[in-house]
Design a protein around this ligand. Sequence first.
Ligand SMILES: [Fe+2]
Length: 198
Amino acid sequence: MLHRSIFGNPAHAGNTISREDANRLLLEWVPNKKLRHHMQQVAFLMKSWAEEKEQLGEADQWRWELAGLLHDADWDRWPDQHCNKIITELESRQVDPDILHAIASHGPVHFGVEPISKMDKMLYAFDELSGLIHAYSLMRPNGYKGMDINGVRKRLKEKSFASNVSRDDINDACSRAEHSLDELIGFIIQKQPGVEAF
Ligand SMILES: [Fe+2]
């Protein structure tokens, strides 16, 4: 629980950090390559959604992408300070409060912060579903190739598959985002395969 509801300073609206600085932070804070890859996947989903579904310009696409890229940045080294650590860091770098709010609300049950904006809701919706679909790709002989929505739905029903992925969170996130599960699964299957880990 974060026990706070205001993040960042409204005077810093629109501020971001560069891609170079974001990548440097990731490499320093997240030794676990798999976790970095997860954030890169979610970042690409956020950017692609902002561009294609919300028709946002490049500056906003980067804000969405940055929220995805850094949402778990403190999980590897400071799990007991998850979310607090990265938010404090980004506040000190005077980052846009909307980005901080999206990071703070990506797990309402865990952090006690409700997703409000579309960016908040999409980060929450993509997070767990992206992880489950990636886990599914790793157990398929051809990875993402030929993956379809029904296959993902079957994995979702199997409680033993990726059991750390909360099905309740996924359903809750879809209904808050007001998109069907099938639409989100279809989008992820289409976008996620091209994301390379660094
Ligand atoms: Fe995540």
